[in-house]
Design a protein around this ligand. Sequence first.
Ligand SMILES: Cc1cc2nc3c(=O)[nH]c(=O)nc-3n(C[C@H](O)[C@H](O)[C@H](O)COP(=O)(O)OP(=O)(O)OC[C@H]3O[C@@H](n4cnc5c(N)ncnc54)[C@H](O)[C@@H]3O)c2cc1C
Length: 381
Amino acid sequence: MALDPETFDALIDTVRRFVAERLRPLEAQVEADDAIPAEIVAEMRDMGLFGLSIAEEYGGLGLTMYEEARIGIEMGRTTPAFRSTFGTNVGIGSQGLVMAGTPEQKAQWLPRIASGEVVTSFALTEPDAGSDSGSVKTRAVKDGDVYRLTGTKRYITNADKADLFTVMARTGPEVGARGVSAFLVPRDLPGLSIGEPEKKMGQKGAKVADVNFDDVAVPAANRLGAEGEGFKIAMRVLDRGRLHIASVCVGVAERLIADCVGYATTRSQFGKPIAEHQLIQGMIADSKTEALAARALVLETAHAKDAGKDVVMESAAAKYYASEMVGRVADRAVQIYGGAGYIADYGIERLYRDVRLFRIYEGTSQIQQIIIARETIKRGG
Ligand SMILES: Cc1cc2nc3c(=O)[nH]c(=O)nc-3n(C[C@H](O)[C@H](O)[C@H](O)COP(=O)(O)OP(=O)(O)OC[C@H]3O[C@@H](n4cnc5c(N)ncnc54)[C@H](O)[C@@H]3O)c2cc1C
């Protein structure tokens, strides 16, 4: 159920001030340290950010998709790694449990996920199973009242600090997605180990690492849904996750446009602010138009999801358009800043690197295109 308008406006206002006053001043530090300061994580917990999408009965804020997308836009106005700190708890790490968990599983985990005491991760990708995620090789073999998991998951966000993984593993002999099941796997089970965090292009402060399973005995009670339902659960989780990521893309684009306007109105060349040169105005106009279009698509799709409509196609379209859009906006921002756009002090090159990831994870742009086309053809237009 949606919050009452006053409470929601107050929440948006609190997040906006948190981003402006607490997070933005720390952007360069997060980039240099490749870590989010502990006091910021504590403040995020206090604000309830880890439990945005978890029902109030489990201690979360129980936001609708529309409300979550509005928060995503606000969080997009700073280094995306800040959002990643709680992003897996709000999205891909917890939603399998929210959507397919039993009352016992939910009662065991959701209150601590909502409070941020337990950090979650979503482990689908493997060295040989990326876009073709239905081809995962990690095996889960039933052995009495446990499943024995063996395999490797790759590029898992927040693996370095996660306490609980939602893991997709193969339980059946079927080839492809039908033999995949989902499991809740606590980090402290014997045989589970985490690799070294990867060195990566951007989004410093948000780490990814391998998660290795060497004959890990997972209680059968930790399976989410029925055997063979894991892939379906993962795809439902990603439908929601894609809309969330799209909202963050809108926020980053709006931030970059504001930065560009600030720079272009103060930097002068040929005797006037560069904002008065029409070729610069053309770039600002293109960025603004595309950001407005993405915002409208994201929020309309979020409303439709809240109304119970099937938004598989629209979520893919929102993620595809918004992630490609913010890439173009970041590229124009570097151009508008000129040499300064390429220099670290101004922060534009950092966001340019950060936003590149949005076109890759939670399904690449090509995978979104495939979903959009498939669903459009299925619907007959
Ligand atoms: C920083 C980061 C964080 C991540 N976090 C997580 C996480 O928390 N959990 C998780 O499970 N995964 C995570 N991932 C993995 C991510 O989801 C995958 O990298 C992504 O889905 C692409 O898979 P891949 O890297 O194997 O690329 P590939 O699938 O090998 O794709 C390579 C290229 O081929 C294209 N391609 C593939 N198939 C087709 C096709 N049928 N038609 C046309 N083109 C195609 C792709 O679009 C891409 O351009 C993360 C990745 C990164 C980099």
